[in-house]
Design a protein around this ligand. Structure first.
Ligand code: ATP
Length: 764
């Protein structure tokens, strides 16, 4: 890269601005190839050429039941959508695709980003009759935001109200009805559904979209779907051979009392059981791996994308990708044609810091160049705020979307013409020996780079700026290491146990996690009381823990809290711990921010400090409750948060999570009471739940984590940063420049042997 000025120089030279803002070229970009040329599929697959297909007329036989007909724009918009759909590469292969689905129970589809897989294939399946008899086509997505936005788009394309024929279901949000035929959902949600309906009997087809992401849920789901598919196929074979009749769409008509297995199946799905069709999809899939896993399943390739995306690389490696991203944002803003910019960053803190720098830099630009708005999106942002990135920018403004990898796959953000990809991502990594999980920033894979560039070029030609040289791209791994190989497996194992999978080592994973990781997580679940010593789900604790949509350790904390009479406090603590950084500390207002935080600080630790913040926000809203209206309350909360250096986004999200988990624990019949001022009870409960995360002070003032033996340091953001306490528990281990622990509370070391004798008595 030829840098002739840093970002500040570039934007801040007032003389230059006066002279008509003469641009300095900061990067020399190397334009390389179009996105489509980068695509290569390693498995040998038949390709679906784009032959004209008279049946691909884009019409879906849904009722148009929304009352938009009187709106002048409605017809124009419908016509535009229809035109768009017809021009998608996938539209011309509808009939051939359906033939493939009819012929093969399991089909792997690889099609370039934007070819129309996610939005069109479910509609093709509906048109072809796969939803007859009240059956549903289910499409899983690794991320909530994709499930929601794609469902909205498909409902619009079909001219139906969201939640009727087309709906979505994500954790804590179900927008479906009994008439839903096309259902988008997260892969985790489908796993939870399988707890209640082990044969997934309402589904005729399940489409696993973006399978390349290999999230832990996708991998477990693939294993489960394989099993369900085999059971349903076997059932059909067996019953066809003993003379059962089929309906016209292939479903089996049951004979009364044919065999004992039928009664189980009848409970789930009534009298018909069609075979389960599985479709595994992505733009960047190694089809061979999936095909082998499903016993040589058929793989097809859909060629072509709607609009080209030009890829640019920097000439030289970058030392500071945030700085480079900001420079590139402004370079595009000042030089390129109108169009929104999507920037990939690694987390909330980075996003908020870049957002602030953009605002600061904009102030230095001449008035007429300041028309730029920013919109952040990251996973801990509440859904309604995430949706703001999809709203158009004010007229004449360029929107800059600052996103984590949650915007990497499946989503279409209308108007995005430029993508900036620094080539890094925050990924989980797990050390099964020490039992430590941490988040670290790592290079993306080629598959991720391809997905990112594919977010441009969805409603017109696009450009993608990769903030690294092409030679670096060549060195990237082809695909991302499956999450199941780099995370703590307690949650997965608990779910599998609840699904009736007894032999975890024998479970047919697409790629097996290491024995050490499975063993470690099973041991952890036994220690938490979720599994018995012979590895069965314990009753009631294990079953209760599996029902809560939380990490097992948090679920255990809630269950214990009802016995320690502090469930009210623990609900708040768990909700506050589920969001990213409640407090923020702007560089230029460090002292003010610290003084504000001290008002909430508890000398006993971060958990009680977080509870103090939550309760203070409750008191505020209680005091001002006469001022009616949700908007008014939001405004009051926002102002208060700003004054107290609290992230209003995070607090609002925590309040949301709180009400959702409260509903769950109420349904489970747990007793919600408060320990009042007796915080000792609450801390004892923390010790009883988080005993695996205890640390003892060393003579040199560092701490040693008792379970892993690792030397750890209290994070500077903790209220206990200067503590001299002998024994503490913590919630999070973060490895940056040092091994840090975050969210720390003081406990008494003797409590550990008293409350977790099964672990600490054994250690003595
Ligand atoms: N919410 C939306 N608003 C506007 N256009 C959309 C929207 N969703 C999809 N589209 C249009 O439909 C096209 C196909 O989108 P779709 O998500 O089906 O593609 P895909 O092949 O699944 O891509 P990917 O692999 O990136 O998920 C997009 O390129 C875009 O033109």
């Amino acid at each position: 890269m030829k840098i002739r000025g840093s970002a500040a120089e570039y934007l801040g030279n007032k003389n230059e601005q006066k002279q008509g803002f003469k641009l300095k070229y900061v990067f020399v970009w190397v334009k390389v190839k179009r996105l489509s040329l980068f695509f290569s599929c390693r498995a040998k697959m038949p390709s679906m050429a784009q032959t004209p297909n008279p049946s691909a007329n884009g019409n879906l036989s849904f009722n148009h039941n929304n009352n938009n007909n009187n709106k002048p724009n409605f017809f124009a918009r419908s016509r535009k959508i229809l035109e768009q759909r017809k021009s998608l590469p996938i539209a011309s292969v509808e009939r051939r695709l359906i033939e493939e689905v009819r012929k093969h129970d399991i089909l792997i589809i690889v099609g370039e980003t934007g070819s129309g897989k996610t939005t069109q294939i479910p509609q093709f399946l509906f048109n072809a009759g796969f939803c007859r008899g009240g059956k549903t086509v289910g499409i899983t997505q690794p991320r909530r935001v994709a499930a929601v936005t794609v469902a909205k788009r498909v409902a619009e394309e079909c001219g139906v109200e969201l939640g009727q024929k087309v709906g979505y279901s994500i954790r804590f949000e179900d927008v479906t009805s009994s008439s839903t035929s096309i259902k988008y959902m997260t892969d985790g949600l489908l796993l939870r559904e399988a707890l209640l309906d082990p044969y997934l009997s309402r589904y005729s087809v399940i489409v696993v979209d973006e399978a390349h992401e290999r999230t832990v849920h996708t991998d477990v789901l693939l294993g489960l779907l394989k099993k369900v598919h085999n059971v349903r196929s076997k059932y059909i074979r067996d019953h066809t051979s003993v003379g059962h009749k089929r309906t016209s769409d292939g479903a089996i008509l049951e004979k009364e009392n044919a065999d004992p297995c039928i009664s189980v199946l009848k409970q789930c799905e009534g009298r018909k059981l069609p075979p389960l069709k599985l479709i595994i999809m992505s733009a960047s899939l190694d089809a061979r791996v999936f095909s082998e896993y499903f016993g040589g399943a058929r793989a097809v390739h859909i060629q072509g994308r709607q609009f080209p995306v030009d890829i640019f690389y920097t000439v030289n490696p970058q030392t500071d990708y945030l700085d480079s991203a900001i420079i590139t944002i402004f370079q595009i803003h000042l030089e390129e044609a109108p169009g929104d910019i999507l920037v990939f960053l690694t987390g909330q803190e980075e996003i908020e810091s870049v957002e602030k720098q953009i605002q600061d830099n904009l102030r230095q630009l001449p008035e007429d160049s300041r028309k730029m708005s920013t919109a952040p999106i990251f996973s801990s942002l509440p859904s309604e705020q995430q949706m703001r990135v999809f709203a158009p920018a004010p007229a004449g403004f360029r929107k800059v979307i600052l996103a984590t990898n949650i915007a990497e796959t499946s989503v279409t953000i209308p108007g995005v013409k430029y993508v900036i990809d620094p080539g890094v991502v925050k990924a989980r990594c797990y050390d099964p020996i020490k039992g430590m999980e941490s988040l670290i920033v790592v290079p993306t894979s080629k598959a991720q780079a391809l997905q990112r560039s594919g977010r441009a070029g969805r409603d017109g030609r696009g450009k993608c700026f990769r903030l690294y040289p092409e030679s670096e791209f060549e060195k990237l791994e082809d695909s991302t290491k499956p999450e199941i190989k780099r995370c703590n497996l307690s949650n997965v194992i608990l779910q599998l146990k609840a699904l009736g999978v007894d032999d975890i080592f024998g479970f047919d994973f697409i790629e097996k996690p290491s024995r050490a990781a499975i063993k470690r997580s099973v041991e952890e679940l036994i220690l938490l009381g979720a599994l018995t010593d012979d590895c069965k789900l314990s009753d009631p604790v294990g079953h209760q823990m599996a029902r809560l949509p939380l990490d097992p350790i948090y679920s255990k904390a809630l269950i214990l809290a009802s016995q320690f009479n502090c469930l009210e406090e623990m609900l708040i603590a768990v909700a506050m711990l589920s969001v990213e950084s409640i407090f923020y500390e702007p560089r230029e207002k460090k002292n003010e921010a610290r003084t504000a935080k001290n008002c909430f600080a508890s000398p006993e630790g971060d958990h009680l400090t977080l509870i103090n913040v939550y309760r203070a926000s409750n008191d505020l809203l209680e005091k001002r409750k006469s001022e009616v209206g949700k908007d008014k309350h939001e405004k009051i909360l926002r102002k208060w948060c700003k004054e107290n250096f609290i992230s209003s986004r995070s607090l609002r999200h925590a309040r949301d999570i709180h009400s959702q988990i409260q509903q769950h624990v109420e349904q489970m019949g747990l007793c919600i009471s408060s320990c009042g001022d007796d915080t000792l009870q609450f801390r004892r409960c923390l010790a009883a739940a988080f005993f695996l995360n205890a640390a003892l002070k060393q003579p040199n003032k560092t701490y040693r984590a008792l379970a892993s033996g690792e030397v750890v340091h209290i994070h500077p953001t903790s209220v206990l940063f200067h503590t001299k306490a002998d024994c503490i528990i913590f919630n999070e281990f973060v490895k940056t420049s040092k091994e840090y622990i975050r969210n720390v509370t003081i406990i008494d070391g003797f409590w550990l042997t008293e409350l977790a004798p099964h672990y600490y008595a054994r250690q003595e």
